[in-house]
Design a protein around this ligand. Structure first.
Ligand code: GLA
Length: 388
């Protein structure tokens, strides 16, 4: 059985049908490298100690009966009915993943799934990827099959892109599977090569949830992707070797400045400079240069705000407040944007003062109390014992 002392996992285990397997997958926070994954670039996420658990028990038919304890809803689909498609609901994630496993040749049985999470849902901490990964691991255990974690991450992306209809990149499922305790994960989203980057033990990852959920987030996300693709098309006319923004330099962009739409220019400039910041930040962490870490996080936020335009007033405010608190190494928005969370690296001894200051000023300015999570960089699901 997957080891877990989490109360959420304990409650789920008590409610789940006898003989269920239990699988866990964590959420993630991204330290730097935003909107770079779908441009074949670099990212530096860390898994956090907040997870989604899926308890699964085999059924005698081909039905997938999905029960969310958090939402109090049960959805049933039939894996044997090809026409049973996406419904625009949370259940599309586990359902889509089951279908992606089947399409890849894995004999997924019908199953009762019971799902619980201590991860804030829809806050930009990758609750969707955690649900996909935990479902995948639970269903693989029922099928008696194993797949390589990178393969499973690709199947999760396939489910999200092809079945759910969200065009997200590869960062979130890879982070949820492959991060290591105490480290962030430097991931090359083109080769999928990766390595852990150790975080200083006396720093805490503090996440502030603005509690803002932008209604247009999915549409704007897909629009940014289309803008990046249009930018690549302009660049490729000048330099045919460029197949993704990963291949472009600032000099390449400078060469087409007069002919490219100014908005596309700024979108591309964000991605090109952000890729550089990911590599520089990993190097700065390796060398223990914390002031460089802070500078790079600040530059990333400014670029997301001004060039990529995915921040919002509340995220800017949280970063501004956090940046003024002693003991804060760096602060920036994290995830897709348009609301959601900021991430801060904070010296342990400064965490209490940080909480107090951010909560007080944010409430004064917005009337809302932000949710503040002090997180540990945790092991991804692939580090768990096989669900049993
Ligand atoms: C969302 C997507 C990721 C990534 C980020 C932005 O979290 O799921 O693939 O694109 O936005 O960096």
């Amino acid at each position: 059985m997957t080891a877990s002392r989490s109360p959420t996992a304990g409650r789920l285990r008590a409610r789940a049908a006898a003989g269920s397997v239990l699988a866990r997958a964590p959420g993630r926070v991204n330290l730097v490298g935003e909107h770079t994954d779908y441009n074949d670039g670099f990212v530096l996420p860390a898994a956090i100690d907040r997870s989604t658990w899926v308890a699964a028990r085999r059924r005698d038919d081909a039905k997938l009966v999905m029960r969310s304890d958090d939402l109090g809803e049960t959805v049933t689909v039939d894996l044997a009915a090809p026409g049973d498609g996406a419904r625009g609901a949370w259940s599309d994630y586990p359902h889509g993943l089951a279908r992606a496993l089947v399409a890849s040749g894995i004999p997924v049985p019908g199953a009762d799934l019971r799902i619980a999470s201590d991860l804030p849902l829809g806050a930009g901490l990758s609750s969707s990827a955690a649900l996909l990964v935990a479902t995948g691991r639970a269903l693989l255990a029922l099928a008696g099959a194993t797949v390589d974690p990178v393969e499973l991450a690709l199947l999760c992306r396939e489910a999200e892109n092809g079945f759910v209809g969200a065009r997200s990149g590869i960062m979130d499922p890879v982070a949820s599977l492959l991060c290591e305790r105490g480290s962030a994960l430097l991931l090359d989203c083109r080769s999928l090569g990766h390595r852990p980057v150790e975080l200083p033990g006396d720093l805490r990852i503090v996440v502030c949830n603005s509690l803002v959920r932008h209604e247009l987030a999915t549409g704007e996300y897909n629009r940014r992707r289309a803008e990046c693709e249009a930018g690549v098309a302009s660049l490729a006319r000048a330099r045919p070797g460029i197949v993704a923004l990963r291949d472009a330099t600032l000099a390449d962009l400078g060469a087409i400045r007069d002919v490219i739409d100014p908005v596309l220019f700024r979108r591309c400039r964000h991605v090109v400079t952000e890729n550089r910041r990911v590599l520089d930040l990993a190097t700065a962490l390796d060398a223990g240069h914390l002031s460089a870490v802070g500078t790079l996080m600040g530059e990333s936020h400014a670029s997301l705000r001004d060039d990529f335009e995915v921040s919002c007033a509340e995220l800017d405010l949280l970063v501004e407040i956090a940046s003024g608190v002693p003991g804060v190494i760096g602060a920036r928005m994290t995830g897709g944007g348009f609301g959601g969370c900021t991430v801060q690296l904070v010296r342990s001894e400064a965490v209490d003062a940080f909480r107090h200051r951010v909560a007080t000023v944010y409430r004064r300015e917005t009337g809302r109390l932000p949710e503040i999570l002090v997180c540990e960089a945790s092991a991804g699901a692939a580090g768990d014992a096989r669900p049993a």
